[in-house]
Design a protein around this ligand. Structure first.
Ligand code: FEO
Length: 168
């Protein structure tokens, strides 16, 4: 059984992950409205991935004898000045999520909750991957600038991403 502080912190992260899913859905609609279907498809995979993250923590809380408490989810933005501005916001968001995961890890360590620490290790690695992937897209968009042919090539590349449920 987890202590109250750990359970509260994990519940806040469930909310943050579901907000992330909604945050990416706002971006999915932005890219659909631009007919950049590869970018939209990439965002839809991200929507599913964040939902998976939220459910992974939700299930863990119950597995440890707690109860997941569902909070309100804020309305996301749906307009940006450019694909680059949008992806810069993604990168800033993922850095914020990394901070949240690190804070959760601090609570687990402070409580000597080794089970939760082991559980959170997966999220620590996931955030390294998230930041690296998004950082690469931001770099490419900066190089692309106003070149629409290059933008369509990146759109085709991003269309290849398919979300598959991780095995563990
Ligand atoms: Fe759930 Fe994008 O981190």
């Amino acid at each position: 059984m987890m202590n109250e502080a750990m359970q509260k912190a994990l519940n806040e992260q469930v909310n943050a992950e579901f907000y992330s899913s909604y945050f990416y859905l706002g971006m999915e609609s932005y890219f659909q409205s631009l007919s950049l279907n590869g970018f939209a498809s990439w965002m839809r995979s991200q929507v599913q991935e964040e939902m998976f993250h939220g459910m992974k923590i939700y299930d863990y809380i119950h597995e440890r004898g707690g109860k997941a408490m569902l909070g309100a989810i804020d309305r996301p933005e749906q307009e940006w000045d450019s694909p680059l501005a949008c992806f810069e916001q993604v990168l800033a968001h993922e850095k914020k999520v990394t901070d949240l995961i690190n804070n959760l890890m601090d609570v687990a360590i402070g409580n000597r909750d080794h089970a939760t620490k082991a559980f959170l290790d997966w999220f620590v690695s996931e955030q390294v991957e998230e930041e690296a992937t998004v950082g690469t897209v931001v770099d490419k968009l900066r190089l692309i600038g106003d070149n629409s042919s290059a933008l369509f090539l990146l759109d085709a590349e991003l269309a290849k991403r398919v979300f598959t449920l991780p095995v563990n």
